[in-house]
Design a protein around this ligand. Structure first.
Ligand code: CIR
Length: 273
């Protein structure tokens, strides 16, 4: 039976984003101490992030606010979107499962939808695509069942799915992200780099462990402003970096990849999940 195909992409990449909830301070936390969060400041920083995505060429689509879901702004965790299909995640934190429906509604019609089904769990933050290779974090949020389901969905489209064990951080993409074709930014203490042999690896500055979560948009790398040393490392590697203030959302354990889902690849080198 032929695989369903997605409708053709519009010209501009579409970024799905979701407002910061008033309840953000009740977010899930795994590796950070709970500290007071200024929701107004988080909203302001999120606004600057969205402005930067627009400046870099994205069309922005706002998902509906979800006041009862503290972590709703971290939309990345709700879906894995590739050119051929959108896979609705099943977050490892039960408190986050109510975030899925609105995202599925936004993706329906743009991609055929597949779903990670119970009892498997998978967070989008654990999924890193490098070309046709999809790396999936073995984390507290994503289990073997979730990963096996993702493999069964993606393999027919020519993707391989490989497990990567992460320790000491929330998601695989807390520890590694792609910053250019075949170039990864990583924090070596939080993962076993063996699966990435053969790729070009740039380590974060040891003083900035959280800097490994960078967002690549075409030829630009978006990085939190709090990581100047890692910024210099990326620039020394020939990469163009733009920074955003993100420290308030970081108190909720969110980074720059977490706050968007890209539905269409921007022109030029492909955006990575
Ligand atoms: C959570 O623990 O689920 C949220 N407080 C943070 C999620 C960040 N998402 C991401 O890294 N992809």
């Amino acid at each position: 039976m032929p695989l369903p195909t997605a409708p053709p992409s519009p010209l501009a990449p579409l970024a799905l984003v979701r407002p910061v909830s008033d309840s953000l301070a009740d977010c899930e936390l795994s590796h950070l101490e709970r500290v007071p969060i200024d929701v107004g400041r988080a909203r302001e920083q999120h606004g600057l992030y969205v402005d930067l995505l627009a400046e870099l060429g994205c069309t922005i689509e706002w998902l509906p606010a979800a006041p009862g879901s503290p972590d709703a702004v971290f939309v990345e965790d709700t879906a894995v979107v590739v050119d051929e299909v959108a896979v609705m995640a099943r977050p490892g934190a039960a408190s986050r499962r109510g975030e899925i429906d609105a995202v599925a509604a936004a993706l329906a019609g743009r991609r055929p939808l597949a779903r990670i089904e119970a009892p498997g769990t998978l967070d989008g933050g654990d999924v890193l695509r490098v070309g046709k290779r999809v790396f999936v974090g073995r984390s507290a949020r994503t289990d073997d069942g979730g990963r096996d389901q993702l493999r069964a969905i993606l393999e027919p489209y020519g993707y391989s799915v490989e497990a990567v064990t992460v320790t000491g951080c929330l998601h695989l993409k807390s520890a590694v992200t792609e910053v250019a074709d075949g170039t990864l930014l990583l924090h070596p203490d939080w993962l076993d780099p063996t699966p990435f042999a053969g790729l070009d690896l740039v380590a974060v500055d040891p003083a900035e462990p959280f800097a490994a979560n960078a967002l690549r948009l075409g030829a630009t790398v978006v990085l939190p402003a709090a990581f100047p040393r890692t910024r210099r490392r990326l620039e020394a590697h020939g990469l163009a970096v733009r920074t955003v203030p993100a420290d308030e959302l970081a108190k909720a354990e969110g980074g720059v990849t977490c706050c968007s889902i890209f539905v269409d690849s921007p022109a030029g080198p492909g955006r990575r999940i």
